[in-house]
Design a protein around this ligand. Structure first.
Ligand code: C5P
Length: 239
């Protein structure tokens, strides 16, 4: 089930200090936080605990992909850290995802388990080169369906894919989307983007947004503006 807040700030900093300074200045309860491979590799579990201790839900974006036993053990370790959401590569296969699900099912209040379908950095030619047939969208839908069957709570997808994934997999399957840019902000290196309101209207549940907030002159104001846009879209969608 989707719960507020919908905005997940991607913390992509080379050290802890600017990240914690940013969080210090944000209105409490206004966002969640994604910690990925760079910060985790530099700073480890202590940094994750420091963010959780400051009251933020953490999406640990380490995209586990290994044999089922190893992924299950990694999921238990992430759950021990107290993260709110974690992810695995759906291309690790049904048994790997089911092992992750089973490991988390041992917990009273398990983190949400999300699948990465196709990396959006892969174009059709890249996908063919690694031996997958079909278009990126066909692969996204196939892997998302497999993830749903294996018991995942949702998938990461581009906001351009949200509507198709939502239509194929129904309500209740969480869609977590990066590639979101408020109107008028820099695209940075993102190419396949939507605005926050369009992403919500397309069926995205959670929006992963980094530089439009972390690089803003006033990050708290940037967050509030995006939140207002998201709330406006949600209210307009209510039946
Ligand atoms: O700064 P920006 O909003 O582009 O950050 C987006 C975040 O989402 C980054 O941490 C990036 O690694 C991540 N991400 C992405 N596209 C994907 C998967 C993850 O931008 N397909």
């Amino acid at each position: 089930m989707t719960t507020e807040p919908r905005i997940i700030i991607a913390l992509d900093f080379p050290s802890a200090e600017p990240a914690l300074a940013l969080l210090q200045g944000l209105p409490p309860g206004a966002c969640r936080v994604k910690i990925g491979k760079e910060m985790f590799t530099r700073l480890g579990p202590d940094f994750v605990r420091a963010v959780i201790d400051r009251g933020f839900d953490v999406f640990l974006d380490l995209k586990y992909h290994d044999i089922p036993n190893t992924v299950a053990a990694a999921c238990r370790a992430a759950a021990d850290l107290g993260v709110w959401m974690l992810n695995v590569h759906a291309s690790g296969g049904r048994r790997m995802m089911a092992a992750a699900r089973a490991a988390l099912a041992e917990r009273d209040n398990p983190p949400l388990l999300i699948g990465v379908t196709m990396l959006t950095s892969l174009a059709e030619a890249d996908i063919a080169e690694i031996g997958y047939g079909g278009s990126p969208e066909q692969n996204v839908l196939r892997l998302a369906r497999l993830g749903q069957e294996a018991g995942l709570d949702g998938v990461v997808c581009s906001p351009l894919e949200s509507a198709a994934v939502r239509a194929a997999l129904g309500d209740g399957f969480l869609l977590v989307t990066p590639g979101v840019r408020p109107g008028g902000s820099s695209e940075d290196d993102q190419q396949r983007i939507k605005t926050p309101a369009d992403a919500i209207r397309s069926g995205s549940d959670y929006l992963v947004i980094g530089r439009p907030i972390t690089g803003a002159a006033d990050p708290a104001a940037a967050l509030v503006a995006i939140q207002t846009e998201v709330q406006g879209a949600l209210v307009a969608m209510k039946p």
